[in-house]
Design a protein around this ligand. Sequence first.
Ligand code: APR
Length: 228
Amino acid sequence: MPKRIVILSGAGLSAESGLGTFRDKDGLWTKYDLAEVATPEGFAANPALVHGFYNARRANCLDARPNAAHAALAALQRQAEVTLVTQNVDDLLERAGARDVIHMHGQLNRALCAACGHRWDAPREMAPDDPCPACARPATRPDIVWFGEIPYHMAMIEAALAAAELFVSIGTSGEVYPAAGFVQEARAAGIPTLELNLEPSSGSALFTDARYGPATEIVPAWVAELGA
Ligand code: APR
């Protein structure tokens, strides 16, 4: 079994838990204009609309359950040095028992004060004039990284990639950078790369190995093959 594995996940990891993906047939971006709900400009223009969008996603998340793929990754983390980097903002990996998950696009269950930078556990419903618990100013926003903002924890992710013996990408279309570039970094470092996805992603030609199918089938099968 490789000693140090970096695993990037996307919406496809949580799809079978009932949480939508973004770019599939009936994905979120086919129903909402991402410029309105996933950019700083959209939030500035209509904070109530944006809070409503994330309140609905937060409620879906609370109703969702981790699936067999989340559980398999948590089990793998107990057998090897696994860095779990996710683009997902749900907490299903944590609820499956995973530790130290790196949420590079933020988390639905966290709130951020745009005025003072304070972060806290988000309530079920957030509204534009909710006061920040630290500075009391009505500047609260979802702790989500929007398009045009800098993803979180990039130095930690780069360090993990530099030390990895295997890079695995699960359930992501490979459409959004910097996450979509991690496979190129792994290739430049000369390590094997594996894509586990429902179908070939836009970056599939860059991977040295690939398995296609539903995450709840191919992720547990891959982890079992590793002997975890
Ligand atoms: N099992 C495995 N893969 C799946 C499944 C499944 N059951 N269902 C869908 N997929 C795959 C799709 O084939 C697709 O390649 O998951 C991928 C989902 O792609 P996207 O909808 O683009 O989601 P993601 O790659 O996570 O998006 C990246 O874009 O909008 C931003 O911030 C948002 O984090 C998100 C980022």
